[in-house]
Structures are given as structure tokens and as C-alpha cells.
Ligand binder design. Sequence first.
Ligand code: HEM
Length: 182
Amino acid sequence: LEKPFQVTFAGGSEGLWKVQEIRNVRGEGLPVVERVAVYEGEAPREAGIWNLRGIVGHARYTGRGEQDALAKVQAGLGRPEALCAVLIPIRKNRKWWDLAQDERRQIFEEKSRHIAMSLDTLPAVARRLHHSRDLGEPFDFLTWFEFAPEHSALFDDLVEKLRKTEEWDYVEREVEIRLRRA
Ligand code: HEM
């Protein structure tokens, strides 16, 4: 990654991605919209009914071995066959943010196996993590995934497993936005 950049997910009537479903998983939901537009860098002012912003930047928790393992198998965004996308904005609670970095890492990986478990879905699922908390946004993270329709079940299984982990005990707001390329 050369330089951190901002991404805006604008929910409204425009954009490449058609909304199939918005599931309010935990906490306050998001208004239903027809489409989601993804803007890298500058976004038009008031682009959507809701606009979620995040920064694509450096990793916080990955060790060298994990970084190498991910780099070896991960796929990039925008593959022609990846007609499905899922945007999952997430906010973690006060208890999580009061923990120290080493305690969070312990829960994230040693206890919840977030990376170890997720690696099984690569390269079928491509992903990008956006950090929002330090921008004062309503969510802490905007997680984005792309895959071909035949891998939907693989992705659903992973999400189900992640939501049962100790890491998810700290999630206080989560919305799942299922998209299809228009
Ligand atoms: C597709 C396979 C996946 C892989 C390979 C993966 C991998 C990772 C990695 C390596 C990180 C740590 C980044 C860092 O070091 O800062 C991370 C963070 C995160 N992932 Fe995943 N992940 C996957 C799927 C998911 C899914 C399906 C969700 C949501 C349902 C999710 C939610 C998150 C969140 C919220 C964080 C930020 C955690 C924090 O910083 O507290 N991930 N993921």
C-alpha cells in the first residue's frame, strides 16, 4: 500500500451496486436504499442518502507470517466474475476500545481465530478493510467483500462463524448490505 486513501460508500439511487437486502444485524440499522456507489478519493458532496467513509491504511494486528500468508492467496477487488459484494459496517463497544493493543490482538486472533478461519475463504472472497473510527464516523470499520455467486455459501458460513466468536461480543452495531453488480 503506497499511501492511505479515503473511500466513501454512498447509499442512494446511484452506483454500480444494486442492493439486494439490508439486514440490521445489531444495534441501529441503516435506511433502505436502491444502490450503493463506491468512491475512492473525492466523493461528490451529499452523494447518497447515507454516506459512510473510511480509510484504507495499514494493518494493526497481522504478524509477519500472517501478512505473508494473506499476500500469497488474496485476490484483488474488481474481478469480472465477482458479481456479489457485501458491505458490513461495524462498530465495537467501549469495552473493546478500552483494551490495550495486545489484549485486542489476543481476542481477535488467539481466541477468535479471525485470520486463521478466514484464510480458508481465500482467494474466492476478496476483501478490503476501511477504518472509520478516527474520522468520527458512526461505524468503526467498513468491511467490504467481493465474490462470485457460487461462493455465496462459503462467505455466509464464514460470517456465521465469526459472529459466534469472542471478538463479536464487543460488536455493538452491525449492518449487512448485500449487493449485486448492476
Ligand atoms: C474474507 C476473509 C477475511 C479475511 C482474510 C479477514 C482478515 C482480516 C485481517 C487480517 C484483519 C486485521 C487487519 C489488521 O491487522 O488491522 C481483519 C480485521 C477485521 N475484519 Fe476480517 N477478514 C475476513 C472476513 C471478515 C468478515 C466476513 C468480517 C465481518 C463480518 C470481518 C470483519 C473484520 C473487522 C471488523 C476487522 C477489524 C477488527 C479490528 O481492528 O478490531 N472480516 N480481517
